[in-house]
Design a protein around this ligand. Structure first.
Ligand SMILES: *Cc1c(COP(=O)(O)O)cnc(C)c1O
Length: 344
């Protein structure tokens, strides 16, 4: 193997979507923003559509255009950032539904694309996107007259089931949407796990589809195996890598693998991360370089040809915690240099 290989298990992806769908009484969509969390929307979106997903969500209109090209006509593709200046042609040409976030976006959409479908996002306390309660009160009658496709909000603390913010946002969402008769959507992956009260008509999981927390029962979707470029002996007292940050305390065997922070294996994972030779963990030693990582393979019986950094032994969240971050960031940082293999 001469290139690092990223494997994306589409069967596991579909199994995760089905498992989340089975937890809810209503419809389950799929969030495929940021190129399906880095895994390739041109492969991920059709796999989910074939499994039965009919609603897709992206962050930006241009992402929606890519999803439409991948899926063809039919599925609804909604855009979380709404209708931003300059978006009208993209929204129209690719049949995208902007989820409008402000009075300004409501006005822009009505003027630029009268009669074109739209959804509405309400702010229930996260203070990131969505109409404030006072704006919704002023615009509600006019908006309802134009039949939005959905009304949605987003939970700030859904990955902490006991956080009082969840119930507060649920109550705010109910207060703003009860009696509208519109399809309602509040929950992403974390909200699905909070239970039925949070599901409404439509759920919008993202990270759980891709095998990430807070969906602890998710099947792993991503594997990443790195080729060893060179292996060497290092004597006691010798150092490895930039800034001499690791010193051999015993005669050591060091393998250098071909991937680094330019491939999304962020420098912060440093010396607390591990790679695997089969089931055997091998610690990263020294700094992560742009294209290379050095690994202590002293305890292996043979020099490895490859080492695995993501797979059954170690998922995205374990690797993320070694780097002090979250699985979402590891996934979306995965680089462009990998050979990508999709399995179904
Ligand atoms: C990203 C996002 C989601 C999906 O969230 P996950 O935690 O990945 O399931 C759902 N809704 C909105 C508004 C989002 O921004």
């Amino acid at each position: 193997m001469t290139r690092a290989v990223l494997t994306i298990d589409l069967a596991a992806l579909v199994a995760n979507w089905r498992a989340l769908d089975a937890m809810t009484a209503g419809e389950t969509g799929a969030v495929v923003k940021a190129d399906a969390y880095g895994l390739g929307v041109d492969r991920v979106a059709p796999a989910l559509a074939a499994a039965g997903a009919r609603q897709f969500f992206v962050a930006l209109a241009d992402e929606g255009a890519a999803v439409r090209r991948a899926l063809g006509p039919g599925p609804r593709i909604s855009v979380f950032s709404g209708h931003m200046a300059g978006d009208a042609a993209t929204l129209r040409d690719h049949d995208l539904v902007p989820v409008l976030n402000s009075p300004e976006q409501m006005r822009r959409h009505a003027e630029a694309l009268p009669g074109h479908a739209f959804g509405i996002q309400l702010d229930t306390g996260m203070n990131r996107l969505g109409l404030e309660p006072v704006d919704w009160a002023a615009l509600r009658v006019e908006a309802l007259a134009r039949s939005p496709t959905l009304v949605m909000s987003h939970l700030a603390c859904a990955d902490e089931p006991d956080h009082p913010m969840n119930a507060r946002q649920l109550a705010a969402f109910r207060a703003m949407t009860d009696g509208t008769g519109l399809p309602r959507a509040l929950s992403a992956t974390g909200g699905i796990l909070l239970g039925r009260d949070y599901h409404f008509d439509l759920c919008r999981p993202g990270v759980g589809l891709y095998g990430g927390m807070p969906f602890a029962d998710a099947a792993p979707v991503v594997g990443l195996t790195l080729p060893v470029v060179q292996t060497r002996d290092v004597a006691i007292g010798e150092t490895v890598g930039y800034s001499n940050s690791w010193t051999a305390a015993r005669p050591s065997r060091i393998a250098t693998v071909a991937a680094g922070y330019a491939d999304g294996l962020i420098r912060a994972m440093g010396a607390s991360a591990r790679l695997f030779a089969g089931a055997t963990p091998c610690p990263v030693v020294g700094r992560v370089s742009m294209d290379l990582i050095t690994v202590d393979v002293t305890d292996l019986a043979e020099d490895p040809e490859t080492l695995t950094i993501l797979g059954a032994q170690q998922g995205v969240d374990v690797l993320a915690s070694a780097a002090g971050t979250i699985g979402y960031e590891i996934l979306t940082a995965l680089g462009r240099r990998y050979e990508r293999r999709y399995t179904a």
